[in-house]
Design a protein around this ligand. Structure first.
Ligand SMILES: Nc1ncnc2c1ncn2[C@@H]1O[C@H](COP(=O)(O)OP(=O)(O)OP(=O)(O)O)[C@@H](O)[C@H]1O
Ligand SMILES: [Mg+2]
Length: 224
């Protein structure tokens, strides 16, 4: 099996503020092999979420390329490119964002089952994932009937159930108390170790960042 999982080269990203272009990052490159983890840190607004969005194709960089497994993306925006990204997000890239993206009309368990099914995985272990994330008793509830932290854990269960090659997690413990956060983090690193998937997480939690094999501080990138 090829070890290389993700390579990004020369990424530049600008947003417009009024008429002024504002650079978020310049000439950013990174590489991740299977089984490795990378912590993205940096002050609020330094570009962590923007980078995660680019690494899963939800946002386009100004310039630069992203390679995930054997798919290479060089900034094209045609329908075929979008379809390749969508297919990767369905089967290979599990995304947990700051706003948990659950289907409001489905129970937590059915959300996890749907995610597993779309990724071509068995639905058998879906309830177990909710149990392991300590929300098993909420399996039949709808997303608007649980708390933000519980929704976030349901989003993690969805990602675990799809058994992705790469997990992108934006502040996965951001809305959890210390005890639950440690529990969830343990599950995340345990899954990563057992399945050998890659993990990139954006976090303000220094302790969590030190548990990752690599660390990129977006607040201290070299100027180019
Ligand atoms: N759609 C957008 N249009 C204009 N500017 C944007 C847009 N999205 C993000 N930005 C700006 O880009 C910068 C990076 O935002 P981003 O959300 O990536 O930061 P972050 O590091 O994730 O912050 P936080 O720790 O608060 O989540 C910020 O200055 C933000 O205001
Ligand atoms: Mg963010």
């Amino acid at each position: 099996m090829v070890a290389s999982l993700l390579t990004a080269r020369g990424l530049n990203k600008q947003f417009r503020s009024g008429n002024q272009p504002v650079s978020v990052f310049r000439n950013l490159s990174l590489h991740l092999d299977r089984g490795e983890s990378l912590a993205l840190t940096g002050r609020s607004g330094s570009g962590k979420s923007t980078l995660l969005n680019i690494l899963c194709g939800l946002e386009k960089p100004g310039t630069g390329s992203v390679q995930v497994l054997d798919e290479v993306f060089e900034g094209d925006t045609d329908r075929q490119t979008e379809a390749r990204w969508a297919s990767l997000r369905r089967q290979q890239i599990g995304v947990v964002f700051q706003e948990a993206n659950l289907m409001p009309a489905l129970s937590l368990l059915d959300n996890v089952r749907l995610r597993a099914r779309l990724a071509g995985q068995s639905e058998d272990g879906c309830r177990d994932w909710l149990e392991r994330l300590r929300i098993g008793e909420l399996a039949g509830r709808y997303p608007d009937q649980v708390s933000g932290g519980q929704r976030q854990r349901a989003a993690l269960a969805m990602v675990f159930a799809m058994k992705p090659a790469l997990i992108l997690a934006d502040e996965p413990t951001g809305s959890l108390d210390r005890h639950t956060a440690e529990d969830v983090t343990g599950q995340l690193f345990d899954l990563q170790a057992r399945h050998g998937c890659g993990l990139i997480l954006a976090t303000h939690d220094v302790e969590l960042a030190t548990r990752c094999s690599h660390h990129l501080d977006l607040g201290h990138l070299p100027e180019n």
